[in-house]
Design a protein around this ligand. Sequence first.
Ligand code: LAC
Length: 318
Amino acid sequence: RRRLTKVSVIGAGNVGMAIAQTILTRDLADEIALVDALPDKLRGEMLDLQHAAAFLPRTRLVSDTDMSVTRGSDLAIVTAGARQIPGETRLNLLQRNVALFRKIVPALAEQSPDAILLIVSNPVDVLTYVAWKLSGFPVSRVIGSGTNLDSSRFRFLLAEHLDVNAQDVNAYMVGEHGDSSVAVWSTLSVAGMPVLKSLQESHSSFGEEALEGIRRAVVDSAYEVIGLKGYTSWAIGYSVASLVSSLLRDQRRIHPVSVLAAGFHGIPDDHEVFLSLPARLGRAGVLGVADMELTDEETRRLRRSAKTLWENTQLLGL
Ligand code: LAC
């Protein structure tokens, strides 16, 4: 009989509930445990999802303000944390959320020593490093949602330009999930065909400065959404559910997610910094990180992104 899978979602705010709802809809877990500091909100969210039972695959839903409800999780998704104030960069959030992680992560690790930790809270790259340090888990089992969603935004913008389905546009954003993220133009392909050269010849809007404009539009689109509708995001639910599926169903799919990048692309071996690179995901967590071909400019930008993150990591003294 297949082993039952349990997923815990820490933080029953808009992001956590978008993730829980998408996991439920896609039948990715047999049990979902919800944790939040606000008991009424937490119970309300649990009851609300339980009431959809007649329309969804059977999934046991439990919730508690105490971390013991997460015991025996296969995967723990952390979305808890102070929210970005519109216009605030993710790195500014850092200190507030590190204090919270010092409470959450050790308790999670004690309840589920074999779980995979998937960090979504921002600034996600530094907080994934913090979760790694505080949990003591092997680096293969500590992952940040990183630029998985940014890459979808990038693919959407390109798909609109090219009038193709975003699922046929293979394009990565790597590096920081934030202002210094890197658009990897050199490996852009549509249905496996490299298109940048023909794009630049046929579309005047694909000149060098336009490429930076598109990258900036991807980064700014997250701020735009927050500015327009506050910090609620449906897209993060779909982005994280794609990671949950690859992890728990052992899909071995490759996603740009925040992993320990020391030693890749000339990032110093002793720079324990997490940032997004294409990683192969399966039931054991990160099965491998692609050593992708980058241009000199892309490498320079990635190293700059790594340096920014490293400097912020160093501030923590973990
Ligand atoms: C965003 C959040 C997940 O990019 O940082 O929407």
